[in-house]
Write a protein that binds this ligand. Structure first.
Ligand code: ARG
Length: 656
């Protein structure tokens, strides 16, 4: 899919334009604005022979409002003063089919590219890469910088039988975006959902299930039922300490691989995954593989401990093993729970202490008898109890898990999308892997994000993913019903409401920098006004409806016969420049791992389109050639807005 199109329309369109040198790292057949930047770089390098085209190219930036491209002269650190340099460029400048004009403004040179050229090239490129691709899917905006490279991205990673909180939702949304983004940049992407499917809570649920479990409920909604069981048994355990003891024993059996203790757990896990898969599909989110804390083998967890011990990085604390990372200001972290101290010794339920009554005896007899009895009990205790040594923990599993993933995938990069609340945890296990001298340890990347406050539904706090999806759909549905006429015209209002609702949730989540905290607010995110998801869907629907509303202009002639030089309005030009910048938006996002840049782009484009509606009209335009050119501009805008939304994991709507 990421093959550079060789015999593109662009080649024939640029054949009669002034020739341009090749600049490494540019890809004009995928981002035609690269050609304009090269043309500008050439203008400057021709005027200032001490600079090469390549050097100047690195300094060609997008200009501020109203300016296409800008170069800040001081960045080249030349001997001559900037005004002398600027004058040289201005004096030798000859407008050509690429570059229309240059003006100097203090240390800056501002360039304007030629409107008919840029309009024709940008629209043709969008059209070609959207419609006539070898892969059969739209390709405008993608690039091949990641060709031959593999990235593993872990995201979502909820805990079975616990609530799906907003932290998991953010990880899901940001992770799905990153998976799309890396694919768009030519990478092979392996996406992993690392379930919290192991740990002492499964001992609790096992005990709870014997008391509260229902096969029927389980099959109806495994996620909800297991959560309910967990809540109930946790309550019981507050009153009765035996519950926890039973649970720990059960989990120990699980860790030892006792099939009878694992059978139920296997079913729960499978049913939970099934349910999650359905919900992720509604969110347009997918995984290559579901793994989990349970799938991490013991071998590497043990070896890690050994290796760190040899490196004298392990402290023994009452039998617990701690890795000491204080040298790196990462504190100490438990790698293995205490195994031999009494608190971890568990009494089997049939322990004789419970059964034998103390006899009533005279004080002296009692004392000697009691002493020997105590000794006897102690002996029994030693014989009957088993230490809980070796039950693995979160940090150790992450170390072992990373090593196993390396062995399996040999990735060029591995990304963990985890909340910033786990910054310390993540830096600890990254550090430990480095200390263990794994050469690939510096290929790991933590993409973190801030907190979301107050995700609740009208019925109370949301604890499950499907509650969030349902609430988004129903709040949106109510919103749509307010406009009865419009509502009645929608064919499938429920589906549309769900899609717009989900868009609202996602856009609110990705609109600001990841690290920012934000307040979850249904009203704000689901309004059609302001910078919201519904607003973007509305913009896309409006663009999609334009061909339905102008059937007499269809089918449009082949692209080369559309007279794009009739598109001259400043607001149309602004749209063209924005459309042309989309491939750069994608590249920047890959550097920053910030979806917000793509969201901002989608808003800027939608705003530019809505300000063009009044002046750049299609319906009512008497010059048919002009009407067709404009229609084509809007259709290209639809394709690019659609591409940006899909990159954000959103399904663009055609009607609403
Ligand atoms: N299941 C964990 C939680 O809910 C998140 C897992 C993050 N990934 C990891 N490799 N530690 O907190």
């Amino acid at each position: 899919a990421s093959q550079t199109p060789s015999s593109s329309i662009l080649t024939s369109l640029t054949a009669n334009l002034p020739p341009l040198p090749h600049v490494p790292g540019t890809e004009p057949s995928r981002c035609v604005l690269d050609s304009f930047r090269i043309a500008i770089a050439k203008v400057v390098a021709d005027a200032l022979p001490e600079l090469t085209v390549e050097q100047v190219y690195t300094g060609v930036d997008y200009g501020k409002k109203g300016v296409d491209f800008t170069i800040a002269l001081p960045r080249f650190r030349l001997k001559e003063k900037v005004d002398v340099l600027a004058k040289k460029v201005l004096d030798s400048f000859q407008p050509n089919d690429w570059v229309e004009a240059v003006v100097a403004d203090k240390a800056f040179l501002h360039f304007t590219v030629r409107t008919p050229t840029v309009t024709k090239l940008v629209l043709n490129q969008i059209h070609e890469l959207t419609n006539n691709t070898e892969s059969g899917s739209p390709e405008y905006g993608i690039n091949s910088t990641g060709k031959g490279k593999k990235v593993v991205i872990e995201y979502s990673s909820p805990n079975i039988a616990k609530s799906f909180h907003v932290g998991h939702l953010r990880s899901t949304i940001i992770g799905a975006f990153l998976a799309n983004l890396y694919k768009a940049c030519g990478w092979e992407v392996v996406s992993l959902n690392y379930l919290g499917d192991w740990g002492t809570q499964f001992g609790m649920i096992s005990v709870g299930f014997e008391k509260y479990g229902s096969q029927e409920e389980l099959e109806k909604d495994a996620i909800k039922h297991l959560y309910d069981v967990y809540v109930k048994i946790t309550k019981d355990s507050d009153a009765d300490p035996n519950v926890k003891i039973e649970a720990a024993k059960w989990f120990k059996r699980m860790e030892d691989g006792d099939e009878s203790a694992l059978a139920n757990w296997r079913v729960w896990r499978a049913l939970s995954i099934k349910k999650y898969e359905e919900e992720y599909a509604r969110l347009n989110v997918f995984f290559t593989e579901y793994i989990g804390e349970s799938t991490v083998g013991k071998e590497w967890q043990d070896k890690a401990l050994e290796r760190l011990d040899e490196m004298k990085l392990i402290d023994d604390h009452e039998g617990a093993k701690l890795v000491n990372l204080e040298k790196w200001k990462m504190g100490k972290a438990v790698l293995r729970k205490k195994g031999t101290s009494t608190s971890a010794w568990i009494l089997p339920s049939s322990h004789p202490i419970k059964r034998l009554p103390y006899p009533t005896l005279t004080p002296t007899l009692y004392r000697s008898f009691s002493l020997s009895l105590t000794a006897f009990y102690l002996l029994l205790t030693v014989l009957c109890v088993r230490p809980l040594d070796g039950t693995s923990i979160y940090l150790t599993r992450d170390i072992g898990g990373a090593i196993e993933r390396w062995e399996k995938y040999q990735f060029d990069k591995m990304i963990y999308v985890i909340s910033s609340q786990q910054d310390l945890h993540t830096s600890q296990f990254f550090k430990i892997l480095k200390l263990m001298d794994f050469p690939w340890a510096d290929r790991l990347l933590h993409v973190n994000y801030g907190l979301v406050l107050g995700m609740s539904t009208r019925k109370g706090t949301a604890v499950f993913l499907d509650q969030i999806i349902k609430e988004a759909a129903s709040v949106m549905h109510d919103q749509m019903k307010k406009n009865e006429e419009k509502y009645n015209a929608v064919e499938n209002p429920e589906e549309v409401a769900q899609e717009i609702g989900i868009t609202g949730v996602k856009i609110q989540d990705m609109a600001a920098k990841r690290i920012n905290n934000y307040n979850f607010n249904w009203d704000r995110m689901l309004s059609f006004e302001g910078d919201t998801g519904p607003y973007l869907q509305y913009a896309h629907v409006r663009l999609s409806s334009i061909s339905r509303k102008n059937p007499e202009l269809l089918p449009l002639p082949p692209p080369l016969e559309i007279n794009t030089s009739l598109i001259t309005e400043p607001s149309a030009r602004e749209i063209v420049m924005l459309l042309g910048s989309y491939p750069d938006v994608v590249k920047t996002a890959l550097k920053t791992h910030e979806p917000s840049g793509v969201v901002t782009f989608a808003f800027r484009l939608s705003h530019a389109i809505s300000s063009a509606w009044e002046t750049v009209i299609v319906k009512g335009e008497k010059d048919e050639q002009k009407a067709k050119a404009r229609l084509w501009l809007y259709l290209c805008a639809r394709d690019v807005l659609g591409a940006a939304l899909r990159l954000l994991s959103i399904k663009p709507l055609e009607r609403m």
